[in-house]
Ligand binder design. Structure first.
Ligand code: F6R
Length: 591
């Protein structure tokens, strides 16, 4: 949801800024811009479209000599994606890039207009810029510190002042890190943007203001200097590159066995390290999108296996809803980025009510990782493709482990040891599925022309259908819906016509026969049935793919890659921009 980078040092900033923007493009890709400065001369270049368009434009310009600059890639919130609304924005002596949303921008704007400020864009960012400009009397730290008192919402700002040779930054509820180089320093929304240059960084807390020169980084809180710890990133340059793969999405799917191994290694031989949620009487799993669908699998496992009452909710609903916490409740937040605004708000709501929280997070430096009462880290490494794949798979695996631990603690699982042993084989089972990727490439070819697709299953199989359906629609733009298999005939079956692809997921022994009957119902209406199952004896209608049959706890993990690969290959056949689907952005840091 917008990416920002900034440079100050001894080199011209162009290369760092463009390189950084390319690494952050997954965060937003409808327009972009840079500002570089030399004394009081600020040059701003903006462009709609991709970073490659901006690069082309910059290469045609006469750039001023410079050793400092800021840049931005945008996912539009206030105002359409055009050059005027693209960042950086400049008001008076202040030039600024912004990630987040200023919620009281309209009020502030009205007051500033009365003061005579003329606004060029429709953005909340230009308003923030004007507020800082209003307070700027020669001391940047004072101006930023005063301005942020007035701003409501979320922000990460990179700021240049016309008469200062330093770079300034501040954040609240939006990610921003400070990179430490040799005679140069950086700001970035994400480590991926700076890892080529340094692995040393500082994490900022809300409303800490930073001043960066090539030699020094100084952090202030409420106008006073504070000390910060220097962190070392474990990310590698390869993590941030596609390698031999055509798309990050495929690279990340193919990494699943490795990241699963990494995550299992932490717990499977050492289940004492796994959080025991068995003392709780009620679990609320709250998340958005795929993370919520991983939570829906978690709910099925926790109820079926550990006998714990459990509900799932969309974070954007949960945060505003009346929640009656009348039992000993744990709220589990699931978030790859750890920066999803609604999930953060849901977590804070639980904290305000004195409710315990457990976060399942990938990004260790994120807000949710830092604020949740307890955190379990999936070890997915950086996920660059906008559509989540390996992180979702690990979220599912984490719920398998949580449910297994809780069932064991409650003495409900008599095959505990065997299941643990079996889990050690999971990465190999997963490799076997991924080795069949060409099978799913074939499905992509078959369904590339489909207008609609449906996913049907029951119980935990239905939860997987939701993710399969989301993957297909978000990357291939094929309309698709997921249904509990028994529900289709209550209306939607009227959409089934000759050749419509229907994906049936059938793994749950208890209700297999029931789903099978529903499959036959849609096949009678001439749907083309693609079955993904763990049971070789199930009837093959048009296509059948059989994964290894393993314990219920971990079975969903093996169903995940086929669903992701079907989405990927359908999008590939359609020639789409798979890593950056239209209208999307990774890390949704706005409501
Ligand atoms: C879909 C996808 C999204 C995210 C959702 C939550 O492929 O990636 O649905 O799962 O935006 O994001 P996080 O997990 O970062 O909170």
């Amino acid at each position: 949801m917008c990416g920002i980078v900034g440079y100050v040092g001894e080199q011209h900033p162009k290369e760092f800024l463009l390189d950084g923007l390319k690494k952050l493009e997954y965060r937003g890709y409808d327009s972009s811009g840079i500002a570089i400065k030399n004394n009081d001369n600020i040059q701003i270049i903006k462009c709609t479209g991709k970073i490659s368009d901006l690069e082309e434009k910059i290469n045609k310009e006469n750039l001023i000599s410079s050793k400092i600059g800021i840049a931005h890639t945008r996912w539009a919130t206030h105002g359409e994606a055009n050059e005027t609304n693209a960042h950086p924005h400049k008001v008076g002596k202040v030039t600024l890039v912004h990630n987040g949303i200023i919620e009281n921008a309209t009020d502030l704007k009205n007051k500033l207009v009365n003061d005579g400020v003329v606004f060029r864009s429709e953005t909340d960012t230009e308003v923030a810029c004007a507020v800082i400009s209003k307070y700027y009397k020669g001391n940047p730290i004072e101006a930023i510190t005063e301005a942020i008192q007035l701003l409501k919402g979320s922000y990460a700002f990179g700021v240049l002042f016309e008469d200062q040779d330093k770079l300034y930054a501040v954040r609240k509820d939006s990610p921003l890190i400070i990179g430490l180089g040799k005679k140069e320093n950086y700001i970035a929304s994400d480590i991926a943007a700076i890892i080529k240059y340094t692995d040393q960084y500082i994490l900022l807390n809300d409303d800490e203001v930073v001043e960066l020169s090539g030699e020094n980084v100084t952090v202030y809180k409420d106008g006073k200097k504070i000390k910060k710890e220097i962190q070392t990133s474990t990310m590698t340059i390869e993590d941030a590159n596609k390698g031999n793969y055509k798309h990050f999405m495929l690279k990340e799917i193919m990494e699943e066995p490795i990241v699963l191994q990494r995550t299992l290694n932490k717990y499977i031989n050492n289940m004492d390290q796994m959080v025991d949620i068995s003392p709780y009487e009620e679990i609320h799993i709250v998340a958005c999108g795929s993370a919520l669908y991983a939570g829906m699998i978690g709910k099925c496992l926790l109820e079926e296996k550990a006998n714990i009452k459990c509900m799932t909710d969309v974070a954007s609903e949960y945060r505003y809803k009346k929640i009656i916490y009348d039992r000993k409740t744990l709220v589990i937040l699931v978030s790859q980025s750890g920066e999803t605004a609604d999930t953060i708000a849901a977590m804070r709501k639980a904290h305000e009510e004195g409710i315990d929280t457990l976060a399942i997070v990938n990004v260790k430096t994120s807000t949710i990782a830092r604020e949740a009462k307890q955190t379990l880290f999936i070890e997915a490494g950086p996920e660059i493709a906008v559509a989540t794949t390996k992180a979702y798979l690990l979220q599912v695996a984490m719920f398998s482990l949580i449910a297994l631990k809780a069932a064991h603690s409650k003495k409900l699982e008599k095959n505990y040891k065997e299941i643990i042993e079996e889990a050690k084989q999971l990465p190999d089972y997963l490799r076997k599925v991924l080795n069949d990727k060409d099978v799913f490439a074939g499905i992509g070819k078959e369904i590339k022309g489909a207008r609609d697709a449906f996913y049907i299953g029951r119980g935990v199989d239905y939860a997987m259908c939701e993710e399969g359906s989301l993957k297909l629609k978000e990357v291939s733009y094929t309309h698709s819906d997921a249904y509990q298999a028994g529900e289709l005939k209550h209306g939607t079956i009227s959409l089934i016509e000759d050749g419509v692809p229907v994906f049936a997921i059938i793994t749950d022994d208890k209700i297999k026969d029931k789903t099978e009957s529903n499959v036959i119902e849609v096949e009678s209406r001439k749907a083309k049935i693609y079955t993904i199952t763990n049971d070789a004896s199930i009837m093959n209608h048009h296509f059948k793919y059989v994964v290894e049959k393993i314990s219920d706890y971990f079975q969903p993990v093996l169903i995940v890659p086929p669903l992701q690969l079907i989405g990927y290959y359908t999008a590939l056949e359609r020639g789409l921009d798979i890593d950056k689907p239209r209208n999307l952005a990774k890390s949704v840091t706005v409501e």
